[in-house]
Design a protein around this ligand. Structure first.
Ligand SMILES: *Cc1c(COP(=O)(O)O)cnc(C)c1O
Length: 360
């Protein structure tokens, strides 16, 4: 068997080995065509099946109702930071944001180019270690924007806020399809694929049809959601390969108990590693408040920066890759997305215990 490390990188991130094996096996001769999926026309019937299957799987696996369009766009989640306000921020009406970290801040910056931004709450006072509570939104806002999971700080909304009639727009780049939810509570959901759903290069956008009616006529064609919705995400050449891999990740998800099945596994993994941190007598200290902890990115510190560097290095020697934390938090970060196995987290926990025993 080919050696596969346990990959804890925050993104691009680990993918199911089965998916990579299928991609490898099909790479030179895609389903008898004698050409690679990398070479095939996006107008061919074979590719049409790929993108249609990917879209149907999103509807099926994630429970996306018919009144929402599923789009496969380029430019990453960061492009959605300006595409969302460009399309759905109504004239004279601002948008509400909750500032929970770097990704929310970047979205706020872009939205300001299009209208008034009202930051209703922020957790910046304690370096974004919690999700604000008791929020009050403007009932006449164009929409409310939140980042579901804060990849860098390791916090995650445990339940989504009720925004009444105001559409909720959610950046789910780092926790899409990691837990069950009611898509009807959202006006829009978007996610760069490269953390939980596929490779870099494609962004999943789920948008309620009525919101696309808000788009001003004078927006450039490529910036309008409707352009892509009307053409099945093939107005221009899509990210063919990234969509193909994402489709296989969705198939993998479906055959592993769907979102409910993966959620149970994610909860099991999260409990294992947070228990390891909580039972370390303070050797490991979590960054996030316990009631805001992320099941996707676990951020923690050690007593000194030297120990942190040593721990990252020793982990690497054990086949545990990508554990260095983001510079704005420091310390360590274990990203344990859908495709991270229970065995991977178990191995990490054993390693952390041994490291503590030999260094405290
Ligand atoms: C990684 C990430 C982004 C940025 O995604 P790009 O596809 O690189 O633009 C945005 N939001 C969240 C929550 C992320 O985790």
């Amino acid at each position: 068997m080919v050696y596969r490390a346990f990959n804890f990188y925050a993104g691009p991130a680990t993918l199911p080995t089965e998916v990579l094996e299928t991609a490898q096996a099909e790479l030179l001769n895609y389903k008898g065509t004698g050409i690679s999926i990398l070479e095939i026309s996006h107008r061919s019937k074979e590719y049409d099946a790929v993108i249609n299957d990917a879209t149907s799987l999103v509807h099926e696996v994630f429970g996306v109702p018919e009144e929402y369009k599923v789009l496969w766009l380029q430019g990453g989640a960061s492009t959605q930071f300006y595409m969302v306000p460009a399309n759905i921020l109504l004239p004279g009406k601002g948008a509400d944001f909750v500032n929970t970290g770097v990704w929310a801040k970047k979205a706020i910056k872009e939205a300001k180019l299009y209208g008034d931004v009202n930051v209703v709450a922020s957790s910046e006072d304690r370096n974004f270690c919690y999700i604000p509570k008791d929020l009050k939104f403007n009932q006449d806002a164009s929409y409310v924007h939140i980042a579901s999971n804060n990849t860098i700080f390791g916090t995650q909304w445990q339940t989504y806020p009720d925004t009444g009639e105001v559409p909720l727009v959610c950046d789910m780049s780092s926790d899409i399809m990691s837990r069950e939810l009611d898509v009807k509570k959202f006006g829009m959901i978007f996610a760069g694929a490269q953390k939980n759903m596929g490779p870099a290069g494609v962004t999943l956008v789920i948008v309620r049809e009525d919101l696309m009616e808000r788009t001003p006529e004078d927006l450039p064609t490529m910036m309008k959601y409707k352009t892509h919705a009307d053409k099945n995400s093939m107005f221009n050449t899509p990210s063919c390969f990234a969509i193909y891999i994402s489709k296989m990740v969705l198939e993998w998800l479906k055959s592993n108990g769907g979102v409910a099945g993966i959620e149970a596994r994610n909860r099991e993994k999260g409990a294992m590693i947070y228990d390891a941190i909580d039972n370390s007598n303070g050797f490991y200290k979590g960054h996030a408040d316990p009631d805001s902890r992320s099941l996707m990115n676990v951020t923690f510190r050690l007593p000194t920066e030297e120990l942190e560097a040593q721990c990252v290095q020793d982990g690497l020697a054990r086949g545990l890759v990508g554990l260095k934390g983001h510079r704005s938090v420091g310390g360590m970060r274990a990203s344990i997305y859908n495709a991270m196995t229970v065995q991977g987290v178990k191995t990490l926990c054993e390693f952390l215990k041994e490291f503590q025993e030999s260094h405290q």
